[in-house]
Design a protein around this ligand. Structure first.
Ligand SMILES: Nc1ncnc2c1ncn2[C@@H]1O[C@H](COP(=O)(O)OP(=O)(O)O)[C@@H](O)[C@H]1O
Ligand SMILES: [Mg+2]
Length: 314
């Protein structure tokens, strides 16, 4: 493949950063907004738990929400209305408290006990005017943890919510749900418990198609690539299995090849190549959906749907 020019790289970067606010994504954003805005006039802050497999778009939700509520530099302080932290590995309360202090711009965060750090954190949350806390990758705190440890972490979360009066949005893999379930008092505080599922071919097909159409419109090519058409849509679905992360990788790689070929749009052979280069290693079988007949695509979809259930609709 030819080395890309500056202009080609600029086109490609627009593929990597394209964003689509599709209905299920937007409805999660609206519920986050409820936690943020309405916690001020409820007795207890309204918190939220969002679980989903890797690549469904959890971190993107945080980024989108945080972008709408940026930090502000005031004369005496940095005001941080929306605070974002990712749970570090290895995970424990001391480490998490340090990470959260760091996110608020504190220095010397690695000193002191868990209790000392927590006290400092509570003070800083108030001082920075934090109104909403995102904790991403929360599963790190509960994975491989004993019931006692999970209990300790969930008590810590409860204390943080109580002492600061600030709602928390926890995001993580489905294993993170045990944190809320295993504490008698957390389920009430986590009013919204949502499972963020990949697109489902039966239930979300129209939403998937519209999302793909919008991505197609945003592509930096002369002509539309008809990604949402009857020939490509099921193949793209099979390639990414409904997950945005895989979809992004597929389109980015296909766009790179199309740009390099000076093509007016992405063609099926660009998608096929991209699949072999970046997705096949994670795929459940070696077949490339872009090289298969319509009949084989249909039967693959049927097989896939027979093994996938839609657990909770967002
Ligand atoms: N609504 C969206 N629009 C465009 N790209 C998205 C969207 N949601 C997710 N992505 C892309 O999919 C990839 C995986 O998303 P991410 O939020 O990191 O998933 P998770 O945190 O659930 O593992 C990222 O590269 C992200 O840019
Ligand atoms: Mg993530």
């Amino acid at each position: 493949m030819r080395e890309l020019s500056e202009e080609a790289l600029a086109r490609l970067s627009s593929v990597g950063t394209a964003f689509v606010g599709y209905p299920r994504f937007n409805s999660l954003l609206r519920e986050i907004e409820i936690c943020h805005r309405e916690s001020a006039f409820t007795h207890e802050p309204i918190s939220m738990l969002i679980t989903g497999e890797s690549g469904v778009g959890k971190t993107t939700l945080i980024k989108q929400y945080a972008k709408q509520h940026p930090r502000q530099e005031e004369a005496e302080r940095s005001r941080i209305p929306v605070m974002v932290t990712s749970v570090p590995v290895p995970a424990d309360i001391r480490g998490l408290a340090a990470q959260m202090l760091r996110a608020l711009g504190a220095h010397l965060v690695e000193t002191g006990s868990a209790a000392y750090r927590t006290e400092r954190l509570i003070q800083m949350i108030a001082a920075c005017g934090v109104e909403l806390i995102f904790l991403d990758e929360f599963q790190h705190l509960v994975e491989r943890a004993t019931p006692n440890k999970i209990r300790a972490v969930s008590d810590w979360v409860k204390t943080l919510i109580n002492e600061t009066g600030t709602p928390i949005v926890l995001l993580g893999m489905p294993s993170a749900a045990s944190l809320v379930q295993e504490n008698d008092q957390l389920p009430r505080r986590f009013r919204f418990k949502r499972s963020f599922e990949p697109f489902h071919w039966h239930y979300d097909r129209e939403e998937f198609r519209l999302t793909i159409d919008r991505l197609d419109q945003a592509l930096p090519f002369e002509l539309p690539s008809a990604l949402g058409g009857a020939a490509l849509l099921p193949r793209i679905f099979l390639a990414c299995r409904g997950r945005f992360g895989f979809l992004n990788n597929l389109l980015y790689e296909a766009a790179r090849h199309a740009i390099s070929d000076a093509s007016a749009r992405i063609e099926v052979h660009h998608l096929s190549r991209a699949y072999d280069l970046v997705l096949v290693a994670d795929a459940p079988n070696a077949a490339n959906p872009f090289d298969l007949s319509e009949g084989r695509v249909e039967s693959w979809l049927e097989q896939l749907m027979a093994t996938t259930t839609k657990e909770t609709k967002c």
